[in-house]
Design a protein around this ligand. Structure first.
Ligand SMILES: [Zn+2]
Ligand SMILES: [Zn+2]
Length: 97
């Protein structure tokens, strides 16, 4: 039986990554409506990403605009655990402007 070496290798990598995610060693962030996933070492800090609309290049954001932001919820019986934020735009060469 012929096997595609790359595919086998990639599925092995993903299995290991998912295992690390489960153990909390790395954080998986889904972007582009789960089309893509970004894996990062868990430094007890979450990250946000800016994504190029054209080539889908992903740039990590160093800060979080939500850090000093208290959301005003209509129902206060809600304990906020996390948030999700994505920035969209054009990277250098893709900028039509
Ligand atoms: Zn681009
Ligand atoms: Zn944040």
């Amino acid at each position: 039986m012929e096997t595609d070496g790359d595919t086998v290798w990639m599925s092995t990598v993903y299995r290991i990554l998912e295992l690390f995610v489960k153990k909390g060693v790395i954080i998986k962030t889904n972007v582009m409506n789960n089309e893509k996933a970004v894996y990062e070492l868990n430094r007890f800090k979450h990250k946000h990403y800016a994504i190029c609309i054209n080539c889908r290049k992903i740039i990590a954001m160093d800060n979080c605009p939500m850090e000093k932001f208290t959301p005003k919820l209509e129902d206060e019986n809600f304990h906020i655990m996390s948030h999700n934020l994505e920035i969209f735009g054009y990277y250098k060469d893709c900028d039509p402007a």
